[in-house]
Design a protein around this ligand. Structure first.
Ligand code: UD1
Length: 432
């Protein structure tokens, strides 16, 4: 298995291009199940999770063509994917694919809406918590689906033949459940109102694509979304929004390494909570015509507190990276995780690199230390893994990050992007 080797201490300077959003692209790909006409997505990041979603959709009958060669787009990274499902070949999402990626559950709503039935393997536990799918299921039941769980599979069907519009009140904000219900409601009979819906930019992006396909949706970006179901959806072409989590990760990389980096193509409006916190920590964040710039003199970061919350709050997917940044800040920082119950697996690894961290239930107290030291580290999820890369950028000596496959799930060309800005980072094959 490949590893990443980082020799810490280099400043980061220059331009770093931001890829299309993984978490936007995954539900956008699932929209192809809703129509027999092609959906074309541009700026799709080249990532392991996208390949997993392609494999899943492929066995459902979605034909996926990479049009990047015919349509090279020099301004944008990523692929141009055309997805077409003239016929649904299977309504079953098998365990072997779903276990690799929880977002596979996003095929449930579209399959039910188009075919009136679906069998989707339960995603099961994952490293960052139990992560149930009860909100997805109860929302679809409110729309007329009958759902049972048998032998690890969700078996869902629509006795009436077509899902019916309903008022769905989410007891808790869920990104995935909002996405599943939004896609299902687009083809349902009548009006669906999603109350306490997620407001993440990825939901807005999904809604815009559905609108381009002919869906009637109002209230995107607010906590109440109204959808008037239509009889059919049709072809559309849609650009995937820039990845705000990748952006935030590299913003913190620039700060941790005392650098000056232009995050090219990034959308500052999707990261306001993070930008406010970085500014309070003494980091300069300035908007530019083509993204935003993050600059910070070495050793000048101050400890500040952060609490994760649903959008527009500080994202849970940046909590680990922020903790890495706080490890060498002057003063202390209290970081509270409110979205997932078990999302501090990076803590022991950061401590092995010399960080001073105390965990108390859902909060951690980070007392800034002068510097970290390189070590062999590994993590059990994507964002925790990248937080160790960030720590390695500032650590003295060599850091080896194992289990690189986590990084490949969510960061397109991580080593190339960071080394182009001056980081000493490389991938090493296991036999080296
Ligand atoms: C998405 C993101 C993930 C991010 C998370 C929160 C994708 C592919 N993944 O995950 O990167 O960390 O949003 O911003 O977009 N919950 C329930 N019942 C449910 C569904 C969720 O209790 O049916 C709970 C979860 O356990 C969690 C919270 O709700 O505690 C939020 O989860 P949710 O917003 O659904 O996350 P995902 O959509 O899985």
């Amino acid at each position: 298995m490949d590893r990443i080797r980082i020799r810490g201490g280099n400043r980061l300077t220059g331009r770093l291009p931001i890829s299309g959003s993984k978490n936007a692209a995954l539900p956008l790909m699932a929209t192809a199940l809703l129509t027999d006409e092609p959906v074309t997505l541009t700026g799709v990041p080249r990532l392991a999770d996208i390949r997993t979603m392609s494999a899943l959709l492929g066995q459902h009958g979605v034909e996926i063509v990479d049009r990047s060669v015919q349509e090279p787009d020099e301004d944008r990274l990523g692929a141009v994917l055309e997805l077409a499902a003239p016929k649904i070949l299977s309504t079953t999402a098998p365990y072997d694919i779903v276990r690799k990626m929880r977002a596979s559950v996003l095929v449930l709503g579209p399959l039910l809406a188009r075919c009136g039935k679906a069998e989707v393997s339960l995603p099961g536990g994952c490293a960052i918590g139990t992560r149930p799918v009860d909100l997805h299921i109860s929302g679809l039941e409110a729309m007329g689906a009958e759902v049972s769980i048998d032998q690890g599979y969700i078996h869902a069907s629509v006795p009436a033949g077509r899902l019916k519009g309903a008022r769905v009140v989410f007891p808790k904000v869920s990104v995935g459940a909002t996405e599943n219900l939004l896609m299902a409601a687009a083809l349902a009979d009548g009006e669906t109102v999603l109350v306490n819906a997620a407001r993440e930019p990825e939901i807005v992006d999904l809604g815009l694509c559905l609108q381009a396909m002919g869906a009637r949706i109002e209230g995107l970006g607010t906590d109440t979304i109204h959808v008037q179901g239509v009889d059919r959806l049709s072809a559309a072409r849609h650009p995937v929004i820039p990845d705000r989590i990748e952006t935030g990760t590299y913003a913190m990389a620039a700060a941790i390494a005392g650098g000056d980096v232009l995050l090219q193509g990034a959308r500052i409006d999707t990261l306001q909570a993070m930008v406010d916190i970085l500014r309070r920590a003494g980091i300069a964040v300035t908007e530019e015509p083509d993204g935003f710039r993050v600059a910070c003199a070495p050793g000048s970061v101050k400890g500040v507190d952060a609490m994760t919350e649903p959008y527009p709050g500080f994202p849970t997917d940046l909590q680990a990276q922020f903790m890495a940044l706080m490890c060498t800040a002057s003063g202390a920082s209290m970081i509270t995780e409110t979205i997932f119950e078990n999302r501090f697996m990076h803590v022991p690894e950061l401590m092995r690199m010399g960080a001073d961290i105390t965990v108390h239930q859902s909060s951690v107290l980070v007392r800034g230390v002068e510097s970290l030291t390189g070590a062999q580290v590994m993590a059990t999820d994507l964002r925790a893994s990248v937080s160790l890369v960030l720590a390695g950028l500032m650590a003295r000596g060599e850091t080896i990050v194992n289990r690189v496959y986590h990084l490949d799930r969510g960061y397109e060309e991580l080593e190339r992007k960071l080394s182009a800005c001056g980081a000493d980072i490389e991938r090493i094959a296991d036999d080296e």
